[in-house]
Write a protein that binds this ligand. Structure first.
Ligand code: SF4
Ligand code: SF4
Length: 80
């Protein structure tokens, strides 16, 4: 199973991931990471993205797709 799953995060459907974060909380394999795309000293970052950095650990349980209110995550299980 490991390595056969592709995890996609659709930025246009999730403009404010820092205000939601449900996928980060629900994933039992900690696949997602919230990352600031710009950072200035002493300022809160304004733009964040969700990266499926640990896609390798995805078990395709679909908890993230079930909980996402914006349909912003796609899980693709590849055939052998
Ligand atoms: S399908 Fe399950 S394991 Fe994979 S990213 Fe979503 S919540 Fe995590
Ligand atoms: S659950 Fe959906 S809307 Fe919420 S941060 Fe994750 S991808 Fe974005």
């Amino acid at each position: 199973m490991a390595g056969k799953v592709k995890v996609y995060w659709l930025e246009d459907k999730c403009p404010q991931p820092q205000d939601c974060g449900k996928c980060l909380e629900v994933c039992p394999s900690t696949v997602f990471v919230l990352v600031a795309t710009n950072r200035e000293r002493y300022k809160e970052p304004e733009n964040w993205v969700i990266m499926p950095s640990f896609e390798l650990f995805c078990t395709s349980c679909n908890k993230c797709t079930d909980i996402c209110p914006n349909d912003a995550i796609k899980i693709e299980v590849k055939a052998d």
